[in-house]
Design a protein around this ligand. Structure first.
Ligand SMILES: Cc1cc2nc3c(=O)[nH]c(=O)nc-3n(C[C@H](O)[C@H](O)[C@H](O)COP(=O)(O)OP(=O)(O)OC[C@H]3O[C@@H](n4cnc5c(N)ncnc54)[C@H](O)[C@@H]3O)c2cc1C
Length: 497
C-alpha cells in the first residue's frame, strides 16, 4: 500500500500532482523536493479549459482567490494567422461541431469564405471583449475560457496552496538516485540525507531524472510530425495596446510566433526548427516582427514521450514524461489529466495499484500524447501561408498519423459531423470541433457540395449578427478582471463541473 509519495520537482507539474493527491487522498504523506537554485522552466503561460476545470472543479479552489493572487486573464481561444485567410479563430465554444435546427447543414458548410462571428466567444475575440455583460453589468462567466498566467506567479500560488493542505515542500538538490529491483530506492540529497517513499513522481522537467535517467525508459521522438525544437521568447510592458482575450499563433518563416496578453505585459515567442533557421536568423525575424521586445531567452526542447510514464515505483508527470511544442498550449492540460488519473487510480485500488491498472494508465497516457501530436500535425501539414523550405517540408513530409482518417473523411464529405463518433477516441481533447476548425480555418479543400441557398445564408447571417451584438456590449479584460476580483462577485461553481 502506498503511504508516502515523494515528488521530485516543484514546477507546475510537481505542485499540481501533489495537490491532486493531497486533496483526493488526504491520508497520503506527500513531500515535494525541488531546488530553487535549479529553478522552474518559467514558460507555460496559456492553458486550455482543462486548467480552470481542474483547479476549481476537481480540486474545488476558489476562483476569486486565484484571480486576485495569480492575476490571471482569459483566453477564449487561439487566433490563427495561418493558411490563406487573414485569420481564423479556434475557440473553446462550439463553432463547427454544431448544427442549428433551422438550418439543413452543420455550421462548417457556411464558413467556406467567411469564418467569423460563428459563436459568441469568436465574436468577443473580434472585439477584444472577455465576457458578455449580464443585465446587472457583471460578466457572464461561462466555462468557454482558459487562462493566460505568468508561470512563476502560478507556481508560487500552487506552492502556497500545497503547503496550506499539508504537502511538505523542501528546497534541496537531489544529487543521486538510488536504485533497486522495485525501481527507485531513494533520493540522495546534496546534504547527504536520503529521502525514501513508496511512490516517486518524476516532475523534474526536461531532465527526467527518474523515468528517463535512473530507469532509462525509452523515448519516442515526435520529430517526423513536429519539426520545431527551439523557441526565442521576449516581451514588453503594455502601453496603449488593447488586452486581447485570446492567444495569437502567427505563422513565421520557419515556425510560428505566440502572443500572450497579461494585464501589464505582452509576451511573444518564436517557436522554430533549427534544421531550417539559425538562432541568429530566428532572433532577427522575431525582433523585426516585435520591435518592442526587450531582452530575449532561447529555450531548446525535444518533442516526444517516454514509452511508459509509470514504470515500477515511478510515475512521470509534466515535461519529465512527454512534451510537444506549445501550439495548442497542451502542457498544463496534460499535467491536469495525468494528475487526476493518478489520484483516481489510487482511490480506485485503495492505494494498492495492480499491474493491469498501471498498464491501463500507460495506455491512456500514450494515446493522449499521440492524439495531441497528430492533431498538431494537421496545423503544419496544411498551412499554405508561406512558401519557405520549412513550410514546404511540413506540407510534403509531416506525418499526421491517426489524424489521416479524419482528414480523408473531411476531404470526401466536407465539414460533416457524421464521422465524429467513429473517427475519434472518446478522450480526444480537441474533438471534432478542433479538427473542423483547423481544416475549415485553413481552407483545406473538400469535394464540392451544392452552394447554400439564399434563404440559408439569410438565416446564417442572422445568427452571426446576434453574436456580434452580444459581443459589442461585452466587458473588456480589465473590466472583467475588476469585476471578478471584487469580494462581492457571485461565482457559479457549477460551470467547472
Ligand atoms: C517554449 C515553451 C513554451 C511553453 N508554453 C506552454 C504554454 O503556453 N502552455 C502550457 O500549458 N505549457 C507550455 N509549455 C510547457 C510547460 O513548460 C510545462 O507545461 C510546465 O511548465 C511544466 O513544467 P514541469 O513542472 O514539468 O518542469 P519544470 O518547470 O522545469 O520543473 C522542474 C522542477 O524540477 C526541479 N529539479 C530538477 N532536477 C532537480 C534536482 N536534481 N534536484 C532538485 N530539484 C530538481 C526543478 O528545480 C523544478 O522545480 C511550454 C514549454 C516550452 C518549452
Amino acid at each position: 500500500m502506498i503511504r508516502d509519495v515523494l515528488v521530485l520537482g516543484g514546477g507546475s507539474a510537481g505542485f499540481l500532482a501533489a495537490l491532486a493527491l493531497k486533496v483526493k487522498l488526504p491520508e497520503l504523506g506527500v513531500t515535494v523536493v525541488r531546488s530553487k537554485e535549479i529553478g522552474v522552466i518559467g514558460v507555460g503561460e496559456a492553458t486550455t479549459v482543462a486548467l480552470p476545470r481542474f483547479l476549481h472543479g476537481y480540486l474545488g479552489f476558489d476562483p476569486g482567490d486565484f484571480y486576485r493572487r495569480v492575476e490571471t486573464t482569459w483566453k477564449l481561444g487561439i487566433r490563427f494567422l495561418w493558411g490563406r485567410r487573414p485569420h481564423f479563430d479556434y475557440t473553446f465554444g462550439y463553432q463547427l461541431d454544431w448544427k442549428w435546427s433551422n438550418l439543413p447543414r452543420c455550421n462548417g458548410y457556411y464558413c467556406a469564405d467567411d469564418f467569423s462571428y460563428v459563436d459568441v466567444p469568436s465574436a468577443l475575440m473580434s472585439h477584444d471583449r472577455a465576457f458578455v455583460r449580464l443585465p446587472d453589468g457583471t460578466p457572464h462567466v461561462t466555462i468557454n475560457h482558459a487562462y493566460h498566467i505568468e508561470n512563476e506567479k502560478f507556481v508560487g500560488w500552487l506552492e502556497a496552496k500545497a503547503e496550506e493542505l499539508g504537502v511538505v515542500a523542501r528546497d534541496e538538490v537531489v544529487a543521486e538516485v538510488l536504485r533497486d529491483e522495485t525501481g527507485v530506492a531513494g533520493l540522495r540529497l546534496a546534504t547527504g540525507e536520503t529521502c525514501r517513499a513508496d511512490l516517486y513522481l518524476d516532475c523534474s522537467g526536461f531532465r527526467s531524472a527518474l523515468l528517463g535517467g535512473a530507469l532509462g525508459e525509452p523515448y519516442t521522438s515526435f520529430k517526423t510530425t513536429l519539426f520545431n525544437n527551439r523557441a526565442v521568447t521576449g516581451g514588453w510592458a503594455r502601453t496603449t495596446e488593447p488586452t486581447r482575450p485570446y492567444t495569437t499563433a502567427e505563422s513565421m518563416a520557419a515556425g510560428w510566433c505566440w502572443q500572450i496578453d497579461h494585464l501589464d505585459r505582452i509576451n511573444r515567442g518564436y517557436v522554430y526548427s533549427s534544421d531550417f533557421i539559425t538562432d541568429e536568423e530566428a532572433e532577427r525575424e522575431f525582433r523585426a516582427k516585435n520591435p518592442k521586445v526587450g531582452s530575449t531567452r532561447l529555450i531548446k526542447f525535444v518533442t516526444g514521450r517516454h514509452h511508459r510514464s509509470w514504470v515500477k515505483n515511478v510515475v512521470g508527470i509534466g515535461n519529465a514524461a512527454g512534451f510537444v511544442e506549445p501550439l495548442e498550449s497542451t502542457g498544463l492540460a496534460v499535467i491536469c489529466d495525468e494528475s487526476r488519473l493518478l489520484a483516481e487510480l489510487l482511490l480506485e485500488c485503495d492505494r494498492t495499484p495492480t499491474p493491469s491498472l498501471i498498464d491501463g494508465y500507460n495506455r491512456i497516457y500514450a494515446r493522449e500524447w499521440d492524439n495531441i501530436r497528430d492533431f498538431l500535425g494537421v496545423h503544419f501539414k496544411f498551412n499554405t501561408r508561406y512558401d519557405t523550405p520549412y513550410w514546404r517540408a511540413c506540407r510534403e513530409t509531416a506525418d499526421i498519423g491517426h489524424a489521416r482518417a479524419v482528414v480523408d473523411f473531411y476531404q470526401e464529405n466536407g465539414p460533416s459531423l457524421y464521422g465524429k463518433s467513429n473517427l475519434l477516441h472518446n478522450n480526444d481533447i480537441f474533438g471534432m470541433e478542433g479538427y473542423l476548425c483547423l481544416l475549415v480555418g485553413q481552407q483545406v479543400p473538400y469535394r464540392a457540395r451544392p452552394a447554400p441557398t439564399a434563404q440559408e445564408l439569410r438565416l446564417w447571417d442572422g445568427i452571426k449578427a446576434e453574436n456580434r451584438v452580444k459581443a459589442l456590449t461585452g466587458l473588456t479584460v480589465e473590466e472583467s478582471f475588476r469585476a471578478v476580483t471584487a469580494p462581492t462577485f457571485a461565482w457559479n461553481m457549477d460551470i467547472y463541473k
